[in-house]
Ligand binder design. Structure first.
Ligand SMILES: [Zn+2]
Length: 147
């Protein structure tokens, strides 16, 4: 077993422990780093899983990227793609809806594309999620070249 981040060999106990609390197998050091991120940003386990899956796919994701006004769950800066994991446990209010729309407006104005992915999709269809995001990255890259 090896750390999914730094490839350092890890024992069964460490692998099981990190898998249980973070959803991925990490060494002691990276478990500590990711735990800190979760404490600071209230990051969902699904976000961590998707981040590492995208990293392994070579997409160069950034975890909890500060865009100047808020922390974005996962950002692919090269194509200005922001990925938000939607926890979907609260009913959306009018205020929340208009706030979402305003945020979408600001990010489009700044040339960013934001996609929201329900956490259950990440949980149950991680591979399909990654494949689709890679497709979106390719599409965005092609569009950037056109401009
Ligand atoms: Zn590590």
């Amino acid at each position: 077993m090896a750390c999914i981040d730094c490839n350092k060999k890890i024992g069964y106990e460490q692998a099981t422990h990190s898998k249980e609390i973070l959803g991925v197998e990490l060494c002691e050091r990276h478990t500590r780093i990711i735990k800190k991120v979760i404490l600071e940003h209230n990051t969902a386990v699904e976000t961590i899983q998707l981040y590492y899956a995208l990293k392994q796919a070579g997409a160069n994701p950034m975890l909890e990227w500060w865009d100047g006004s808020k922390s974005v769950d996962i950002a692919i800066s090269r194509v200005k793609l922001n990925i938000e994991i939607d926890m979907g446990h609260e009913l959306i209010t009018h205020e929340q809806a208009i706030q979402d729309l305003e945020e979408a407006m600001h990010s489009f104005k700044n040339g960013f594309t934001t996609i929201k992915i329900p956490h259950l999709v990440v949980k149950y269809y991680l591979n399909d999620t990654v494949t689709n995001i890679l497709g979106i990255i390719q599409g965005l890259k092609a569009n950037l070249k056109v401009i």
